[in-house]
Design a binder for this molecule. Structure first.
Ligand code: G3P
Ligand code: MG
Length: 254
């Protein structure tokens, strides 16, 4: 697939494949190794999670603490980039990946931004949105990535703020079944172009509704090839998976 812009790729008849936290089935989540592997496996893009460090740097890590995926302990928001960079974010997964650090968003874009689309999921809390929106906007501008990323978030308030700051960038509203009912309403005032439902919320009725609203539908997280095939037939625009190699090969055979 060789679309210059993510909007064009989503508008195509293809089902895009995004590596969830990279190719996290086969490499440490949110590591540079996982992102590069997703590309090698043929993914169209990657999904990653960002937090703000104490010194307002955008760092790529899923949890709000470093405990589960590094050899350190503590909250990401309480640590400077320098402190975060001293941690090993690969050895917890296997010796093969020892030495992988926590990447910054800048570093990931530098490494794979020209070849892969990026879904930036904001994990920072609402209180930090002032610092976050400025950092994200300048990072996207610096790398000329406006048309190659989509920003997603479970928090509609953050999403709206980021959209106001970066009107040209696609926004995806993330939600799952246990969220308040208000989150499923059209919420047109959010100005988001895509819905990011957990995949088990999607059926024919959902797709009819989403199309009538004009939304792209990007689902997560799909590791079962049969379910991926169903979702492709339902017409979702993209599938996030921990294992792009398996899902791509299953979809190719059909
Ligand atoms: O963006 C989809 C998915 O990543 C949301 O959940 O917890 O894996 O970040 P989580
Ligand atoms: Mg995520």
């Amino acid at each position: 697939m060789s679309y210059e812009t993510l909007r064009d790729a989503l508008n195509s008849r293809e089902t895009l494949i995004f590596g969830h936290r990279g190719a996290m089935a086969r490499a440490p989540m949110n590591s540079m190794a996982a992102f590069e592997l997703a590309g090698e496996q043929g993914a169209d893009g990657i999904e990653l999670d960002v937090h703000l460090s104490r010194d307002s740097q955008l760092v790529v890590i899923h949890d709000d603490t470093v405990d589960a995926t590094t050899d350190g302990q503590g909250k990401v928001a309480d640590m400077t980039l320098d402190q975060l960079k001293r941690l090993d974010a690969g050895a917890w997964y296997s010796d093969e990946f020892a030495g992988q650090g926590i990447p910054t968003l800048d570093e990931v874009i530098d490494a794979i931004g020209e070849s892969l689309f990026i879904n930036v999921e904001i994990k920072s809390p609402r209180e930090s949105v002032d610092r976050l929106e400025n950092r994200l906007a300048s990072c996207v501008r610096r790398h000329n990535m406006r048309e190659r990323i989509i920003v997603s978030c479970f928090d509609p308030v953050i999403l709206r703020r980021v959209k106001q700051m970066m009107p040209m960038v696609l926004m995806g509203f993330l939600y799952q079944p246990d969220m308040p009912a208000a989150h499923y309403l059209p919420l047109k005032e959010l100005w988001h172009e895509a819905r990011h439902p957990r995949h088990d919320m999607v059926d024919e009725g959902y797709m009819r509704w989403a199309r009538a609203q004009g939304y792209f539908v990007n689902v997560w997280t799909v590791n079962d090839p049969r379910r991926a095939l169903q979702l492709k037939r339902l017409g979702v625009n993209s599938i996030m998976t921990d294992d792009p190699a398996t899902i791509i090969s299953a979809l190719r055979q059909c």
